[in-house]
Design a protein around this ligand. Structure first.
Ligand SMILES: NC(=O)c1ccc[n+]([C@@H]2O[C@H](COP(=O)([O-])OP(=O)(O)OC[C@H]3O[C@@H](n4cnc5c(N)ncnc54)[C@H](O)[C@@H]3O)[C@@H](O)[C@H]2O)c1
Length: 310
């Protein structure tokens, strides 16, 4: 079976590619390398260095005829979507439609799509389940929700099966430490360079972090499942404050540099926690890597790849 992975050279996409290869899938990657890296990819993967908005996409799908599409290429910065909503919509909505059109013409059976907690906005209750009201606070959240709506429409009109996975905060090896939302990699990077990490607000705000290997497994299970149409949270269902997270990373890096406190950022959500019962019930998925283990493997990765010795 052949799987086309867009954004496969990026953080989450490259872990999905690794897992697909391990499970004997034939994998083809599309990525424009705007944030992704060629070195994240196994040499035996067929790679197209191209933008998902390109007219060439249709020809690539006609040539490759993938059975499945796992679509992870995106503009991922919330701030960019607020400052430049047209760019965000162009990549995340128009780029996705370009892929969906190519997918139905070439006979793709199913698409796996990564949505986000950004769809829920400021929580009305915790933990957030899939029935929680949709109240986006950014263009990024809007683009994720609009694509879910299109997936629903493509299922009705063209019979294209889909699973949308709404991730909480994904962390782990290969995450860009300058990226938004990558607070684990940002803290690890700062501490390994003996610099003070920044905390916006008091540090008592809490989040739900999910390890990237577990996210890759959720994608594989969704692809292999009988489910023809579904939306699932992918989260740890465990909340941790940013201050406690920093303490864990300080211990793992053995660097106890104090944080610098900055003003709370406008629009930052105080507490976020996503319920993962539905995906457990339907796909039998459960997170396998707890936060301590996940932080350890993230620190090891940055130690090997940053050349810093501690
Ligand atoms: N990281 C998280 O916590 C998180 C949470 C929820 C959802 N997501 C979603 O998961 C997906 C992957 O995110 P990530 O964290 O791995 O980010 P990432 O930036 O590492 O990966 C995105 C990849 O897409 C590629 N790309 C970007 N624009 C492209 C374009 N126009 N054409 C072709 N390739 C393009 C980049 O080069 C990169 O390799 C995104 O859709 C993101 O919105 C991530």
């Amino acid at each position: 079976m052949k799987v086309m992975v867009t954004g496969g050279a990026g953080f989450i996409g490259s872990h999905i590619v690794d897992l697909l290869l391990l499970n004997q899938y034939d994998v083809v990657v599309i990525d424009n390398l705007s944030t992704g890296r060629r070195r994240n990819l196994d040499k035996k993967v067929k790679f197209y260095h191209i933008d998902i908005r390109s007219e060439e996409i249709n020809n690539i799908f006609q040539k490759e005829k993938p059975d499945y599409l796992i679509h992870h290429a995106a503009q991922i910065k919330v701030q960019t979507s607020i400052e430049n909503p047209k760019l965000d919509a162009d990549i995340n909505i128009m780029g996705t439609l370009n892929l969906l059109e190519a997918a139905i013409r070439s006979g793709v059976k199913k698409i796996i799509y990564p949505a986000s907690a950004a769809i829920y906005g400021e929580p009305c209750y915790l933990p957030i389940d899939e029935m929680h009201p949709i109240k986006m606070c950014s263009g990024y959240g809007v683009s994720k929700q609009i694509v879910e709506s299109y997936l629903n429409v493509y299922k009705r009109i063209h019979g294209l099966d889909y699973v949308s996975l709404r991730y909480s905060n994904v962390y782990g090896p290969r995450q860009n430490s300058s990226g938004e939302g990558g607070v684990v990699s940002v803290f690890v990077d700062k501490l390994l360079h003996n610099e003070s990490p920044k905390i916006y607000g008091t540090g008592e705000q809490s989040r739900d972090f999910i390890y990237v290997g577990d996210v890759a497994k959720a994608n594989l299970l969704a692809l292999e499942s009988e489910i023809e149409e579904g939306i699932f949270n992918v989260s740890s269902n465990q909340s941790i404050t940013i201050s406690s997270l920093l303490e864990k990373i300080q211990s793992a890096t053995n660097c106890f540099k104090d944080p610098v406190y900055k003003n709370e950022r406008e629009g930052d959500i105080k507490h976020s926690l996503m319920c993962n019962l539905k995906i457990n019930n339907y796909l039998g998925w459960k997170p396998q890597v707890d936060i301590d283990e996940g932080i350890k493997s993230t620190v090891s990765y940055y130690l090997i790849n940053s050349g810093v010795s501690v």
